[in-house]
Write a protein that binds this ligand. Structure first.
Ligand code: DQA
Length: 146
């Protein structure tokens, strides 16, 4: 089973970036924990982070045919990117949307997501644990579809 983890803009700054909202773990810490979880479930997890919309879109396109499920934190692109939404729809791979912070308890512009209505599921506000829950869900979803 192949699962792709995608992280959008500014998530490379985790650990230093607004720790009151996003926690003190770095992105590498989160990815390392997730890799260990994937390994213990015999799952191949590939990670890609970019600050560039086109790079994320191209990574989604490249996943077609080889990836069973995507876990994505689109970060600020959540609230702006029709293009990344369309990319996910174009490859027809189920995806789970994750946000570290509870976007619904924040500024009104963070309440709308271009992804949630087409996601298999959405996890918000649980910090880094959200990624781990998403990986468990992605594995179970993929197994139930096979
Ligand atoms: C975020 C929430 C977004 O609104 C914000 O732009 C981010 C991170 C989160 O994980 O809580 O960059 O996706």
């Amino acid at each position: 089973m192949n699962i792709l983890l995608l992280n959008g803009p500014n998530l490379n700054m985790l650990g230093q970036r607004e720790p009151d909202k996003y926690g003190t773990q770095t992105l590498q810490d989160i990815v390392d924990d997730l890799q260990a979880q994937a390994e213990s479930s015999n799952v191949t997890l590939t990670h890609f982070q970019s600050n560039a919309e086109h790079a994320l879109i191209e990574r989604v396109h490249a996943a077609m045919g080889s990836v069973d499920a995507i876990i994505i934190n689109p970060a600020a692109f959540t609230h702006t990117s029709v293009a990344l939404r369309d990319a996910l729809l174009s490859v027809n791979i189920p995806f789970i949307e994750v946000h570290l912070s509870n976007v619904h308890a924040r500024e009104p512009f963070r309440h709308h997501s271009y992804f949630s209505d087409v996601a298999a599921g959405v996890i918000v506000g649980l910090g880094a644990m959200g990624y781990s829950l998403a990986l468990t869900a992605a594995i179970n979803l993929t197994k139930s579809q096979k």
